[in-house]
Ligand binder design. Structure first.
Ligand SMILES: Cc1cc2nc3c(=O)[nH]c(=O)nc-3n(C[C@H](O)[C@H](O)[C@H](O)COP(=O)(O)O)c2cc1C
Length: 179
């Protein structure tokens, strides 16, 4: 656990790897983090709010929760609460939004509103050709320059049927990286 506070914001992108999110959230909780989760609209196709809430024992937000209080929007509330921010799985779309400062959707809005001192991590997961695309590589390099730690993906059999790099890092490696 870092010397900073234990508030961890877990962002979940629309990758098939989101099926692992409840397990990741549970392991983050067991390692001492208080976890709040934001599911992107696409992530809601791959994992349920209920399963993540049960395993993280924390609040789970979706884009429909973006506006609960006009004076205190959800993305600002979440960003101000956060000591450590992790996107796992991080999609090419969300990586692109963060690299370019595009606040579209609760997930990107919350991450773009983070305090300067918040620790930032992304664990990419995608098809190997997507990952190797010069634009995606440029966006990852930009995030690296912008104080994000990139938790490297693995080589293996991908859900799309390809063999290659792009498989999300192991859960224990993700937990170790942020702890
Ligand atoms: C079955 C399926 C699997 C997908 N898996 C991935 C993935 O692993 N990585 C990725 O970057 N995009 C993947 N996509 C595409 C994203 O879901 C899409 O780009 C979406 O707009 C991402 O939005 P988000 O970043 O807000 O979650 C997948 C789409 C489908 C239909």
């Amino acid at each position: 656990m870092s010397e900073q506070g234990n508030h961890l914001l877990l962002g979940v992108g629309g990758s098939i790897a989101a099926y692992r999110t409840p397990d990741l959230a549970a392991q983050l909780r067991r390692s001492g983090f208080e976890v709040k989760t934001v599911l992107s609209r696409a992530a809601e196709q791959f994992v349920t709010k209920t399963s993540v809430a049960a395993m993280s024992r924390g609040e789970v937000y979706t884009s429909s929760d973006a506006l609960t209080d006009i004076w205190r929007p959800t993305h600002i509330e979440l960003a101000d609460w956060t000591d450590t921010a992790l996107i796992a799985p991080a999609t090419a779309a969300t990586i692109g939004k963060l690299a370019c400062g595009i606040a579209e959707g609760l997930l990107a809005e919350s991450f773009l509103a983070l305090k300067p001192e918040a620790r930032r991590f992304v664990a990419p997961a995608m098809n190997g050709n997507m990952l190797n695309q010069p634009s995606v590589q440029r966006n990852l390099e930009q995030l690296d320059q912008d104080s994000f730690t990139i938790i490297a993906s693995r080589t293996g059999e991908l859900a799309c049927g390809y063999e290659g790099n792009g498989k999300i890092a192991r859960i224990d490696n993700i937990v170790e990286a942020v702890s």
